[in-house]
Design a protein around this ligand. Structure first.
Ligand code: ADP
Ligand code: ZN
Length: 567
């Protein structure tokens, strides 16, 4: 008997012999211990098959016989990796022109291959808040019933920000009865509030996967799913590989988010892997967004995906008013703030309300330049311009995280006229502190949220109204539900608009619409201010009018003309 064993390494399966006494015990999906090079390794049984042919040599002859080695032990009594998950792992390796082994490594925590069972680390969150009992409105009810009516198929749930999409997901999960579900959300930074909502609904029946977990925590979450202790896995992209056996539904919240793509190791899109898993499992999948990706909306229009729409905000709350501020007309009293924005921020604080400010670039200043010779500091390893960080007084590489200390004189011409060029979140924070000193101000970007739960704490402080103005990168635009936020602003919209990417208009539209969606969720209508040097750019008309369809029509024609995706 021959067995194909998959290891969590960048390779396809290896073939071994099965000793007679193990033949009755070994099954697909179990772990086995097998000799590997001079040592041994734990792998997963991927299938049984015929022995491989010896490699061909010149002239089409085969060179001798291959001597196969026997596996040493079968480590499980029941298959560890469910059959459908194993299929998905193989599909992923093939589809992304990678290997099944690398897909396995990505899908299963490494501790599983070291025979570890549980983790020590415990995650501590605050107490669960009581569940608000909600009656779905008619749009939500209609969407929910279409989802619950079927066993399988893909849906796009297109609902404006604050239309109650999350509530539809929660009810759809409850309606599954005994079946399990996976909910994907974009990266941990964005999930603090959603974690609370799921915990208060499903208590201990939820497992969480995010980048803040220690290896031990990851393994214990994995075993909880495996052992059937939980019904829901909520997490970032790797949660798509949760080892459920009786899956009924996959939800992808904010399906348009770029962070569903992984760019290291196995390159994959969790959205597309989730669609594949739903097919393999024969179950339903819901893609939710206020601003669907152009590709998904295109497929919904063509009828490949069923289209569900929530047109209105909960309780018919109005969409926020959006004002575009032309920065070329400003008499500059401040580097990054228009007079209008400063005055509305001041007024908002005096009324006890909160504001969000976004600039899509972290650090203090995107580069330092010698104005005598034009020298700029670059990363010696990546050739990328280094970003100045004022808190650490270093020049950081945003690719490889290495850093330099700037010198007093230009390394090239020894001149002393080095200038900060451009603005980042640290700089607009410093400037705002000087302009309105009485503000209670917090910055949220990748630098202030590195430590475990740091993001969660900022969100809590926001909820408890210890913060007047939350300022930061796109992190401030995502997913939060703060009822007292009435103003949202973009400081320098041109950063997002001018990325050299065919999706830059789409991303800008999505980002600004998401940000606008944070304002006016409570009783007072929201206002959005977008500062730009290019006020006539077509994206702004659609953002101002909350006109997704209009934007889609314009964008899809450009895509068609230039043969960009989905064409
Ligand atoms: P979305 O995910 O579409 O942005 P949410 O699901 O976060 O919207 O809903 C926005 C707010 O409205 C939340 O505070 C939520 O608790 C509340 N909400 C959702 N559905 C209802 C409902 N049917 N009745 C009252 N409040 C609701
Ligand atoms: Zn670098």
């Amino acid at each position: 008997m021959h067995v194909n064993v998959l290891f969590p390494i960048n390779a396809e399966a290896f073939t071994y012999l099965v000793p007679e006494e193990l033949e009755s015990k070994i099954k697909v999906g179990m772990r086995v211990l097998a000799p590997f090079k001079k040592g041994e390794k734990i792998g997963i049984v991927a299938g049984f098959g015929t022995p491989p042919h010896p490699p061909l040599i010149k002239g089409g002859q085969r060179r001798g016989e291959i001597t196969l080695r026997p596996i040493e032990a079968v480590l499980d009594e029941e298959p560890l990796i469910p059959e459908n998950l194993l299929k998905l792992i193989k599909w992923t390796g093939q589809y992304y022109i990678s290997t099944s082994g690398l897909a396995l490594k990505n899908a299963v925590p490494s501790g599983i291959f070291e025979g570890k069972r549980g983790g020590k680390g415990r995650i501590t969150y605050d107490d669960i808040r009581p569940v608000k009992i909600l009656n779905l409105n008619s749009e939500q009810k209609k969407a929910l019933s279409e989802i619950t009516d079927v066993q399988s198929g893909a849906f796009l749930l297109h609902g404006v920000t604050g239309s109650g999409k999350t509530e539809v997901y929660l009810k759809a999960i409850e309606a599954l009865g005994d079946k399990e579900s996976i909910v994907l959300v974009p990266e941990i930074a964005l999930t603090a509030q959603i974690i609370d909502r799921f915990r208060s609904r499903f208590h201990e029946k939820v497992a969480f996967f995010h980048s803040g977990l220690s290896p031990g925590e990851r393994i214990s979450q994995w075993w909880k799913i495996k052992n059937g202790d939980v019904k829901v896995a909520l997490g970032v992209r790797s949660a798509v590989f949760a080892p459920f056996k009786n899956l009924g539904l996959i939800v992808i919240d904010e399906e348009h988010e770029a962070s569903y793509k992984q760019f290291e190791g196995l390159r994959y899109s969790a959205r597309d892997v989730a669609l594949a898993r739903a097919k393999i499992e024969g179950i339903k999948i819901v893609l939710g967004s206020a601003t669907p990706s152009i590709e998904t909306f295109y497929h919904a229009k063509k009828g490949n995906i069923r289209y569900l729409e929530l047109k209105h905000r909960i309780e018919q709350k109005p969409m926020p008013r959006v004002e575009i501020i032309d920065m070329t007309k400003e008499d500059k009293r401040a580097l990054s703030y228009s007079n209008k924005l400063l005055s509305v921020l001041k007024e908002n604080v005096s009324r006890g309300r909160q504001s969000l400010i976004m600039l899509n670039r972290r650090g203090y200043s995107p580069f330092l330049m010698c104005t005598d010779c034009g020298y700029t500091y670059k990363c010696p390893a990546c050739s990328i311009t280094l970003t100045y960080h004022k808190d650490t007084k270093t020049l950081n590489c945003h690719y490889c995280n290495s850093y330099l200390e700037p010198q007093d004189f230009c390394p090239e011409c020894k001149g002393a006229k080095t200038k900060y060029i451009g603005i980042g979140t640290q700089r607009i924070e410093e400037e705002l502190r000087a302009l309105i000193p009485e503000l209670s101000l917090k910055r949220m970007d990748r630098d202030t949220t590195k430590r475990k739960l740091a993001h969660y704490r900022i969100v809590k402080d926001m909820e408890e109204k210890k913060i007047d103005v939350l300022l930061g990168t796109q992190m401030v635009a995502k997913g939060h539900d703060f009822p007292d936020v009435t103003i949202a602003a973009v400081v320098f919209a041109d950063v997002a608009l001018n990325l050299p990417d065919f999706r830059s208009s789409e991303r800008t539209f999505q980002l600004f619409t998401q940000l606008a969606g944070r304002a006016g969720r409570g009783d007072i209508a929201g206002e959005v201010y977008i500062q730009t040097y290019e006020p006539l750019h077509y994206v702004f008309d659609y953002v101002r009018n909350h006109d997704y369809e209009g934007f889609y029509k314009k964008e899809i024609e450009l895509r068609r003309e230039l043969s960009y995706p989905p064409f």
